[in-house]
Write a protein that binds this ligand. Structure first.
Ligand code: PTT
Ligand code: SF4
Length: 612
């Protein structure tokens, strides 16, 4: 195995309490790079089709890439992946955590966890040793407390991934938390850990991560950090981080408001980046960052809460709450309970709208009701009363409530939409709809580009921009594995990463070659969804919610705007064509062969006829 990769993956079986070290073949590294690439290949090969996501048979993967944990900008990230209990398809997330660094220093590029323990446990992984430790005293504890206790036991420099009560109670959008404010795995990865009775995984490594040219890498790493600091926008980024997006989104009429009914919020100023600066008390970051963006504020209960744009938009404007200190309380609860803020904000907003429309009979909550929102969060996390149903996510809640609620259940493929209203953004709607995990912005945040390019333009260029972003963000950054924010926020050129890749692994790779790998990963993820949905697949799976097509914005400069069905369908058709997928959104046989995925053909043809 080339340097850069450790060449080892740790396999853990919780049922048997056994582990094995797998020296994986070099092909896996060269064809899939790492992170998301490893995750989907492992899930495709090893997860039996149609496995219940919350059964012991589901597989949980933590995967780093060849740049993870090296001394270069923003390399402390980790991909967490599994079959999602929320969507039923492929699910992953990306978390900034010392666990990624320690896992690599322990000698692993990835960890595969299968089976389930009978009673609560946590894993302690130190180099070649794996301990299956009793977690009775941690079960039921919130994520902050549990992580602190684990650090008391194992030392403050360990890397910890932990779930809270939401994961334990199998809330379908529970996440995995690290470092008291970093969250990963929106599509219910915390519930997958909970179903395995796995409270936490603690990593400690004492080895050097092998690299091909350590001296040059160190030099270029240092240059990268200096380059970041010299960039226009660096100071403001460190002041506000992603929170600056609130003001931008309001100005562009894309700030999700009242369950994505509107794109502007009357109290946006109160929850924006400048409001945040007034209550900011500390700054945090992921390991080896270089452009820290973790804004820690004092919330309305005088506790610390780390804010990002998504959290604030979804638990603020989208539920009609215009007081940032109160929003910060809801955000902190989400972190301590270990539940995704985006899905939570969607679910609360959906409930408020359902109450307004009298679709829910014996419960009521009004827009912006802070106290009831807190109660509702407790109820969801502990699955009490109405919370038990709401813990299933809006697709399922809407199915149970019926009426026309399917039109304003704001999800795609079962994953609640992240914080950009798309009434007037067809390109962003396409990005959400074709994201490989369901409606998330991580793969193609084209909204800012689209606003300057022209929202009304329905062109192939727009489609190609979505694909370009997916290749870079979803393909490169999710496999390298490193934070994408230096590139997107400060214009840190992609060339840096290609050079880092060469110095770490000894392999030269061009951007075009990387894009082919990215396309391979995308096609395999799509194949995974189709297999898990037993071939019940059509272009409807890539359709945004009816609200954006049918109910125009009623406020702001874009009042009257809504998506055009014909225009959206046109974009989607161009998208499929460019990807080599047929008009149902299914990769063609020729595409699978071209991308080196012939092995998937027979499996898929058990469910569906593939186009040539
Ligand atoms: C990510 C999603 C996001 S994306 C946000 S805020 W963002 C929300 N954060 C949550 C949170 O916090 N607590 C919580 N309980 N739930 C949350 N849900 C939401 O989860 C995150 C940063 C951010 S902040 C972004 S954009 C970038 N995301 C990256 C990515 O996806 N890949 C990558 N290579 N680099 C990235 N860099 C940035 O990382 P998911 P984090 Mg996250 C508290 O997890 O599942 O991917 O969903 O990881 O360590 O918190 O850093 O405006
Ligand atoms: Fe983490 Fe922000 Fe730094 Fe990225 S820019 S590594 S999200 S602190």
């Amino acid at each position: 195995m080339s340097k850069g990769w450790t060449g080892k993956i740790l396999r853990i079986d919780l049922t048997r309490r056994e582990y094995k070290i797998w020296e994986y073949p070099a092909d896996l590294a060269l064809n899939y790079i790492g992170g998301r690439g490893f995750a989907i290949k492992i899930l495709w090969d090893e997860l039996k089709a149609e496995t219940n996501a919350l059964s012991p048979d589901n597989i949980l993967v933590f995967a780093a890439g060849p740049l993870t944990g090296l001394m270069l900008p923003c390399s402390g990230k980790l991909v967490v992946a599994s079959k999602s209990p929320l969507t039923g398809g492929y699910g992953d997330g990306n978390v900034g955590t010392w666990a990624s660094v320690q896992m690599r220093k322990a000698g692993y590029d990835a960890v595969i966890i299968r089976g389930a323990s009978e009673k609560p446990i946590y894993l302690y992984i130190e180099d070649d040793k794996v301990e299956f430790n009793d977690a009775d005293n941690l079960w039921g504890k919130d994520t902050f407390t549990a992580e602190r206790k684990l650090r008391e036991t194992h030392g403050k420099d360990v890397g910890v991934l932990v779930i809270g009560p939401a994961g334990e109670n199998l809330v379908k959008y529970a996440t995995i938390i690290s470092q008291e404010g970093r969250s990963g795995g929106r599509p219910g990865l915390g519930a997958v850990m909970g179903s395995k009775k796995l409270k936490a995984v603690v990593f400690k490594g004492t080895k050097e991560i092998p690299v091909d040219n350590p001296e040059e890498l160190k030099k270029l790493g240092t240059e990268g950090y200096s380059s970041l600091k010299s960039r226009k926008g660096y100071d403001f980024w460190v002041r506000q981080g992603t929170m600056m997006t609130v003001e931008w989104a309001q100005g562009a009429s894309v700030l999700p408001t009242y369950n994505f009914r509107e794109g502007v919020f009357d109290y946006a100023e109160n929850i924006g980046g400048f409001a945040m600066e007034r209550i900011k008390v500390a700054q945090r970051s992921c390991p080896y960052c270089g452009m820290p963006c973790g804004n820690v504020v004092k919330d309305a209960e005088e506790e610390l809460s780390e804010l990002d744009y998504e959290n604030v938009a979804m638990l603020g404007s989208n539920i009609g709450l215009g007081d940032l200190r109160k929003v910060a309380v809801l955000n902190r609860l989400a972190d301590t309970y270990g539940v995704d803020t985006i899905s939570l904000g969607n679910t609360i907003a959906f409930t408020m709208e359902a109450c307004e429309k009298k679709l829910i009979k014996d419960y009521t909550i009004e827009w912006g009701d802070y106290k009831k929102a807190i109660e509702l969060i407790h109820d969801i996390v502990y699955r009490r009363g109405i919370g038990d149903m709401l813990a299933e996510g809006v697709r399922e809640v809407s199915r149970r409530l019926g009426g026309d609620s399917w039109k304003w259940a704001m999800h795609i493929k079962g994953l609640e939409i992240s914080a950009y209203d798309c009434h007037a953004a067809p390109g962003m709607a396409l990005a959400f709809s074709t994201s490989p995990i369901g409606a998330h912005h991580k793969d193609a945040w084209v909204i800012s580009w689209e606003v300057s390019y022209g929202r009304d333009k329905i062109t192939k260029d727009k489609v190609m921009k979505v694909i370009e972003f997916q290749r870079i963000r979803g393909g490169m950054f999710e496999t390298l594995v490193a934070c994408r924010l230096p590139w997107i926020e400060l214009g840190f050129e992609l060339d840096w990463y290609l050079k880092y890749f060469k110095l770490a692994t000894g392999h030269t790779i061009t951007l075009d070659e990387y894009f082919t790998i990215s396309d391979r990963i995308y096609a395999l993820i799509r194949a995974f969804w189709i297999r898990e949905y037993e071939g019940k697949w059509s272009r409807l799976m890539d359709m945004p919610p009816a609200r954006w097509f049918e109910e125009p914005l009623t406020k702001g400069p874009l009042k009257g705007s809504k998506l055009s069905k014909d225009s959206y369908e046109q974009l989607l058709s161009w998208y499929y064509e460019a990807r080599g997928w047929d008009d149902r959104g299914i990769p063609r046989k020729s595409t699978l062969i071209k991308l080196g995925l012939s092995f998937a053909i027979d499996d898929l043809e058990r469910y569906i006829n593939l186009s040539e």
